[in-house]
Design a protein around this ligand. Structure first.
Ligand code: HAM
Length: 530
């Protein structure tokens, strides 16, 4: 027998099955409710974007962009590729003595030009400067070549024709239709892209948005770290950078964690300065690292050039003593940043939010400035950050939006949130196909064709009333049917047979203790509710 392929989920990617999915739903539902009370509304974003969006916002030197993104070429232009190949093939027949090939070549090039112009009008991103120049040169060449073709298909000046043809071939080859797309590794870039694209800056007050869904990073899978993972995130965009916004965003997070009974969280905060003070601090760090270059690991040595701040993130044992002696960003902030940070802390105090200052909290994405924060939760092992966020004034401008727009936000790692809740024993009670504790409320056993008709109607009315009902699709023997009711952990078996139909009642059996009685439908409803 031939081997049957056994498919498995891809490494680092997993299924979330019932009853765990019920815990996910209640976590996400709590986020919707809590965020709603803070005036946030949901934005639903695409799963993939132009690669360039992430490269520019998250930063080329970050781990995410340099090694973790799932990027692919979008093959949306097969017609152009086909026309190009066809034109290049006909060029091979441009030999002395085959004049008819020349007309065919020109027709093929014209077909290519038509395909490209059609694509340009539908997708402006294809219209790069290089592509526009190439198209112009091809059109100029063909406009000079057509007059060389005589009505009977011959060519008057073959040499001139061929030298134009060589230029065309070169230009045909230089066209570049690559459209690089990336599965989103995070969603802040997408929110900012959407904010700009839809001109949301005209809305009154701050624009407050939340999102939830999968993100993709090619990281080494381990507990709490997946290649497809989920985030619940929120962003505030507007012209104000008041520290009260930073504190309220954090308050909203803590409110959600409290609602979910996530215990033992620790909030770490820091300020990483802005473009006025950070560059000088980074230079200071670089100079310090140069002095100890040989003692640093390979990653940190590379980061001396690319991003010395990230060395502060290092978990390498032997680098810790070196890092502890470094100058600290807090002592190198400019006056504005220092005042902003002090006020963020005061605003957190006003809200009764406990925090730890962690001068080494720099975060792994380039768009951050000033406030950064991370929240750890217990039960997660080494991947213990359940949430990360910070301020990113300047990102909107970097992506082509209004310079005055400021931003701050966070993303919770939903996988880690759920893991931490499970480790703490929260949500363990969920069960059954509906996610309700203990399986269906009612297992509706029917016997005979007439009883099936009655059972279908009763099941509908029970479900409309909110009960979880399991209705067997085919008739079963009494013992087997009730056995299944037991195994599904149903709370009650409701039995409809000929006797019940004749009497206009049902038999209801409580499966926990076997207590049984005969009830008419209205009494059944109140009995089940009790
Ligand atoms: P991030 O720190 O890269 O920030 O991710 C936020 C959270 O997502 C992490 O704290 C972690 O809980 C979770 N996470 C990240 N990678 C993985 C993974 N491979 N597996 C499981 N969970 C993971 C951001 O993404 C920013 N966009 C947050 C933000 C929003 N900053 C401002 N606004």
């Amino acid at each position: 027998m031939a081997d049957k392929a056994k498919f498995q989920a891809i490494k680092g990617v997993r299924d979330i099955l019932p009853p765990e999915s019920a815990l996910w739903n209640s976590g996400e539902q709590a986020a919707r409710e809590v965020f709603g009370t803070f005036g946030f509304a949901e934005i639903r974003l695409p799963i993939f974007e132009q690669t360039e969006l992430f490269a520019r916002s998250v930063g080329l030197d970050t781990d995410i962009v340099s090694k973790e993104m799932y990027t692919f070429e979008d093959h949306g232009h097969r017609d152009i590729e086909f026309a190009r190949k066809f034109a290049l093939n006909t060029e091979r027949y441009l030999k002395p003595g085959y004049p008819f090939g020349m007309e065919r070549f020109l027709q093929a090039v014209d077909a290519f030009v038509d395909a490209v112009e059609g694509a340009f009008s539908g997708d402006k991103s294809l219209e790069s400067r290089a592509n526009k120049e190439a198209l112009l040169e091809i059109k100029q060449a063909t406009s000079q070549m057509w007059p060389l073709v005589t009505p009977d298909g011959a060519v008057t000046n073959e040499d001139a024709f061929r030298s134009f043809a060589i230029r065309i071939v070169f230009r045909l080859q230089s066209f570049h239709f690559e459209n690089l797309l990336t599965l989103r590794p995070e969603a802040t870039a997408s929110v900012v892209r959407a904010y700009i694209e839809h001109g949301m800056q005209v809305q009154p007050g701050n624009v407050k948005l939340y999102y939830m869904g999968p993100m993709f990073r090619r990281e080494r899978p381990q507990k709490g770290r997946y290649r497809q993972f989920y985030q619940i995130g929120a962003e505030v965009l507007g012209t104000s950078d008041a520290p009260g916004i930073d504190a309220e965003v954090i308050e909203m997070l803590m409110t959600l964690f409290e609602r979910l009974k996530l215990k033992g969280t620790i909030l770490n905060i820091n300020s990483i300065g802005d473009k006025n003070c950070r560059p000088a601090y980074v230079e200071k760090l670089r100079a310090e690292f140069e002095k100890v270059r040989e003692q640093l690991g390979a990653d940190s040595q590379r980061r001396i050039e690319t991003n010395p701040l990230r060395v502060l993130d290092s978990k390498l044992e032997h680098e810790q003593a070196i890092i502890e002696k470094l100058p600290r960003i807090g002592e190198n902030l400019c006056d504005d940043c220092r005042a902003h940070y002090a006020e963020v802390k005061r605003q957190l105090d006003l809200r009764g939010i406990r925090y730890q200052e962690n001068w080494r909290l720099v975060r792994g994405l380039d768009y951050y400035m000033r406030t950064t924060f991370e929240i750890t939760a217990p039960g997660l092992g080494s991947q213990n950050a359940v949430c990360g966020g910070g301020r990113y004034d300047g990102l909107v401008e970097l992506l082509g939006g209004p310079a005055a727009t400021k931003g701050i936000g966070f993303a919770i790692g939903t996988d880690r949130l759920i893991l931490s809740l499970q480790e703490a024993g929260e949500g363990a009670a969920t069960g059954g196909p509906s996610g309700k504790a203990g399986g269906p409320d009612v297992y509706l056993a029917w016997f005979g064709a007439a009883a099936q008709t009655a059972a279908i109607g009763l099941a509908k009315r029970l479900r409309d009333a909110g009960f979880v009902v399991e209705l067997p699709a085919v008739e079963m023997k009494f013992g087997k049917s009730l056995g299944l009711a037991d195994r599904l952990k149903s709370r009650h078996a409701v039995i409809v047979g000929d006797d019940e139909l004749a009497a206009g009642i049902v038999t209801v059996k409580r499966l926990s203790d076997g207590a049984q009685q005969k009830l008419a439908e209205p009494e059944l409803m109140s009995y089940l509710r009790a």
